[in-house]
Design a binder for this molecule. Structure first.
Ligand SMILES: [Zn+2]
Length: 150
């Protein structure tokens, strides 16, 4: 299942950063952790590997938390460099996430994780699916809009 495309150009990124100072602080911590100086400069391979590693931890932590709340069990989790997707869920219950999820604000990252988790129960985008998402992310519509504007 496709969630949302990654379309953030540098122009939008700058605007977004200005409007999200709390997010910038959080991401600066993340960047410090992986030893990167810049958020949106094209990552070299070493930086990418570190970012991917960090994304693995970041996703695992949140998956565990939300899967616990919902009582869902998931399969393998892969972190990928996907150009057009934030995440996906296979029929076998395996989850994929874009490594760039670590660059998003907390609530946006949480939404993407919850979205894919909810596909474990509802493999569609039905009303029931969105009700499930809303249980933990009540403001999901606003988040989707913001993600689309990236
Ligand atoms: Zn979906």
């Amino acid at each position: 299942m496709v969630t949302l495309p990654w379309r953030m150009g540098l122009w939008n990124a700058e605007k977004f950063i200005k409007q999200n100072s709390q997010w910038v602080l959080e991401k600066m911590k993340a960047m410090k952790k992986i030893g990167s100086k810049s958020l949106f400069s094209s990552q070299n391979n070493k930086e990418y590997q570190k970012l991917k590693e960090y994304a693995r931890e970041f996703v695992a932590e949140r998956l565990e938390k939300f899967a616990g709340i919902y009582g869902f069990e998931y399969g393998n989790v892969a972190i990928r460099n996907q150009r057009t997707r934030w995440g996906s869920c296979s029929k076998k219950g395996n989850l994929n996430f874009n490594y760039k999820i670590v660059l998003l604000p907390e609530k946006h990252a949480n939404y993407i994780i919850v979205h894919e988790l909810c596909h474990l129960k509802e493999f569609n985008h039905s009303r029931r699916f969105w009700e499930l998402v809303a249980e933990t992310i009540p403001e999901y519509k606003k988040i989707i809009k913001q993600l689309r504007s990236l």
